[in-house]
Ligand binder design. Structure first.
Ligand SMILES: [Zn+2]
Length: 370
């Protein structure tokens, strides 16, 4: 029977800065094989977005099929840790190490839960080595692989760290979408003393940004806060005091709810920019569309398990950044529930040992109720 703390330590000890492959997957595979999971690993992609390793583990057969999804890659540790980021260390009640809460601890908790509970139907783990990066070869490839195997799940729990102040206080039933748009206004460089011979791109860009900044996209709705546009970068790079610059650029980031669609937002920005600067270049990338699993059987199952094990009423939320749930939500209902997110991506990322044990019990209860 795998011990959740020991397995979390072993996973942290296998360094796995995104995109991850190799030893960290060896550790997980070795934990799953004795529990009767059929484990399939595959590496896909090339630089810069790959290569990425993915792992699909399946136990049992037929319905219902509950999938647990997560990632073994971590963000780079940065400088200044009190102990080694990849040398897991227990100090007091906490286990320190990169990935402790995001999200090796949750993966270990699910494995420990699966060891306790032989759930009916099919139980699977969908584990990628690229969630923190572009995710090109990660969860989308796992979903394709599952469809090829006729193993599309009926519902999915993603083990991202969703808890805010205490374990179980928040589960996520959706996420906002995200798009980043780069604007470059091309003018004609010239001498400040001869403005009629130049075309200054800066006022054009400023006027376009003022109009963009004034947009109120929507009011939000029952499950989402209002969509928001932020201008996050402005660059001209003009070091001279007597030169009208030839180029001015800006970057805007939009986090949007399920009333908006990424491509439509990009088109709207392009139209505004074109009115102020007809030759401007506008390039947008949609990192994820907004999605929502309407409150229903899955969110009730998860919040019921949390209530019974932890005595906490979970809030249903759609806040925070994007996650791989955006891909999984196209396939089946998805709920995200995991550890406290206070230290994720930070120096001295840490998980409470008690939370690892408690999360194991909640995941076990979810498996019992499927
Ligand atoms: Zn994560």
């Amino acid at each position: 029977m795998p011990d959740v703390v020991e397995l979390t330590k072993a996973l942290i000890g296998a360094e796995s800065v995104t995109p991850a492959r190799g030893s960290v997957f060896d550790v997980l595979e070795q934990a799953l094989l004795p529990l009767d999971f059929r484990v399939e690993r595959f590496v896909e992609g090339e630089a810069p977005d790959g290569p990425v390793e993915n792992l699909l583990a399946v136990r049992g057969q037929g319905g219902p099929h509950l999938a647990f999804a997560g990632h073994l890659d971590v963000v780079p540790p940065g400088e200044g840790w009190s102990s080694g980021a990849f040398a897991p260390e227990i100090r007091g009640d906490l286990l320190y190490g990169r990935g402790a809460v995001d999200m090796k601890g949750a993966i270990a908790a699910f494995v420990a839960a699966a060891a306790q509970v032989p759930a009916r139907g099919t139980t699977s783990l969908i584990i990628t080595g690229d969630e923190e990066g572009p995710a090109t070869y990660g969860t989308p490839k796992l979903i394709e692989r599952m469809a090829e195997r006729d193993l599309t799940p009926d519902c999915c729990v993603v083990g991202e760290p969703t808890s805010a102040n205490r374990l179980g206080d928040t589960i996520k039933i959706g996420r906002r979408g995200s798009t980043v748009i780069d604007i470059a206004v091309i003018g004609r460089q010239g001498h400040v003393a001869y403005p009629h011979l130049a075309d200054n791109p800066v006022p054009r860009l400023v006027r376009a940004l003022a109009e963009i900044d004034a947009i109120e996209l929507d009011q939000g709705n029952a499950w989402f806060q209002p969509s928001n546009i932020e201008v996050i970068d402005l660059s001209v790079g003009n070091q001279a005091t007597n030169v009208i610059p030839g180029r001015a650029a800006a970057r805007i980031s939009i986090r949007f709810n399920d009333q908006q669609r990424g491509p439509h937002l990009i088109a709207r920005i392009r139209e505004i920019v074109a009115r102020h600067a007809p030759t401007a270049e506008v390039r947008g990338r949609v990192y994820g569309e907004a999605f929502l699993t309407e409150p229903g059987p899955l969110s009730e199952l998860v919040s019921g398990a949390i209530r019974d094990v932890l005595g906490v009423d979970a809030e249903l939320s759609t806040t925070g950044g994007t996650s791989d749930a955006r891909f999984l939500s196209r396939v089946c209902p998805v709920v995200e529930f995991g550890l406290l997110n206070a230290t994720m991506h930070k120096l001295d990322e840490a998980v409470a040992l008690a939370d690892l044990h408690a999360l194991t019990q909640v995941y076990a209860e979810i498996l019992r109720r499927v």
